[in-house]
Design a protein around this ligand. Structure first.
Ligand SMILES: [Zn+2]
Length: 119
């Protein structure tokens, strides 16, 4: 198995765990590997992962920046998955302010990861 399918498999493994915790068990998540770094730009910033939640359909695509994610350790990958899933939760609020959503997501990721790691 080449590195990319392994990476995607690892990322996909974190999804049901956090989907369950966050009440997204009914959702369908599709991992989309992005091999070209040019595809991984969002408002001029290169992301590790990004998502496009369609909460009405309980479905989200998780875009994976393969190049960046290969540089991350397991905890960092898990935190990225958690980050994207939290965007799915918040998508239901249809927050218009992208910056405050980003801020809330970061706060929650830190809180959850501290709890999981017993810190
Ligand atoms: Zn984000």
């Amino acid at each position: 198995m080449s590195k990319t399918p392994k990476l995607i498999k690892k990322i996909a493994g974190f999804i049901p765990v956090w989907a369950d915790v966050l009440g997204l068990a009914e959702w369908k998540f599709i991992c989309v590997p992005q091999k070209e770094r040019i595809n991984c730009m969002n408002e001029g910033i290169e992301y590790d992962m990004a998502c496009s939640p369609a909460w009405r359909y309980l479905e989200a695509r998780i875009f994976v920046n393969v190049y960046q994610c290969k540089l991350l350790n397991d905890d960092e990958l898990e935190a990225c998955v958690l980050h994207e899933l939290l965007h799915c939760v918040l998508s239901e609020t249809e927050m218009c302010d992208v910056k405050s959503e980003e801020h809330v997501v970061s706060l929650l990721v830190n809180a959850f990861m501290r709890r999981v790691n017993g810190g």
